[in-house]
Design a protein around this ligand. Structure first.
Ligand SMILES: Nc1ncnc2c1ncn2[C@@H]1O[C@H](COP(=O)(O)OP(=O)(O)O)[C@@H](O)[C@H]1O
Ligand SMILES: [Mg+2]
Length: 251
């Protein structure tokens, strides 16, 4: 069992693309995978299953858990044949969570308690985080044992990275000593000198934790999300190679 938070408070860095395509790649290798959409914008949900409204989502279970109402996470799990994984949808109601969590009992551990019934059922649980450093992210970090930080190989890419590392460090020290592995995934890699410079800087600064696989900037990444299917071509191959590297790093 591996619970991986895919996190970066910056938007548009490739979090959702990574959860979906890494999830599909792990599933293709025979792993059992659950992807959780933990962003009120529900991009992962729309990518995998379209925009139809759903009664049950991660938002409804979080809300119920805070109110001590009975709700079983297993009732929110859908399966995607196309992607080969199970997933839990999100919706806009999750944006209220920052407010009701603020006054909730043990507010940082709600998601961990919600996930308890499914923790052991999967080889991998991948969580697509919302782009902020608030209580939703804290809940994900408390429930996880690994973090993957997608970083765009562009100017200002490293800005904010130390704040995120700070939050991860605080969670590890206080609420979750199991949060031991933090890896950086370089995304939107192209042949520009900026991308090369950012890559060199990050590999120098974090020699152990930057994945050797890099995700190239490709139209295929955009097309596959519009068509609601796992990325093919070079992008698909890169995410399958990432799955191999992830598994190798664990071994
Ligand atoms: N490797 C890539 N090359 C080109 N476009 C990409 C790539 N990865 C993601 N994108 C596109 O960039 C946008 C932001 O990616 P997304 O995964 O939604 O980021 P986040 O979840 O961090 O906001 C989306 O339109 C997505 O299709
Ligand atoms: Mg996203």
């Amino acid at each position: 069992m591996n619970i991986i938070a895919v996190a970066n408070q910056k938007g548009g860095v490739g979090k959702t693309t990574t959860v979906v395509n890494l999830g599909a790649a792990l599933a293709r290798k025979g792993k059992s995978v659950l992807c959780i959409d933990f962003d009120p914008q529900a991009n992962l949900t729309n990518y995998v299953a379209g925009c139809e409204p759903r009664e049950n989502s991660i938002a409804s279970v979080m809300r119920a858990a805070v109110l001590f109402q009975p709700a079983d996470i297993r009732e929110t799990i859908y399966h995607s044949e196309r992607f080969g994984f199970d997933f839990i949808p999100s919706d806009l109601r999750l944006s209220e969570a920052d407010i009701y969590l603020a006054t909730a009992m043990s507010r940082e551990t709600v998601l961990r308690r919600v996930l308890e019934p499914v923790r052991q059922a999967y080889d991998y649980i991948l969580i697509d985080c919302n782009p902020s450093l608030g209580l939703l992210l804290t809940n994900v970090l408390v429930a996880s044992n690994q973090v993957i930080i997608p970083v765009q190989t562009q100017y200002f890419a490293t800005q904010g990275l130390s704040s995120l590392e700070g939050v991860i460090g605080n969670v590890r020290m206080t609420l979750n000593a199991d949060l031991t592995t933090v890896n950086i995934l370089l995304t939107f890699k192209d042949k520009t000198s900026v991308a090369t410079a950012v890559t060199e800087t990050l590999r120098e600064q974090y020699p152990q934790s930057v994945f050797s696989i890099e995700i190239t900037r490709k139209q295929e990444a955009i097309n596959s999300s519009m068509m609601g299917k796992p990325a093919g071509g070079d992008t698909g191959a890169e995410y399958r190679a990432l799955a191999d590297e992830l598994i190798a790093r664990e071994g």
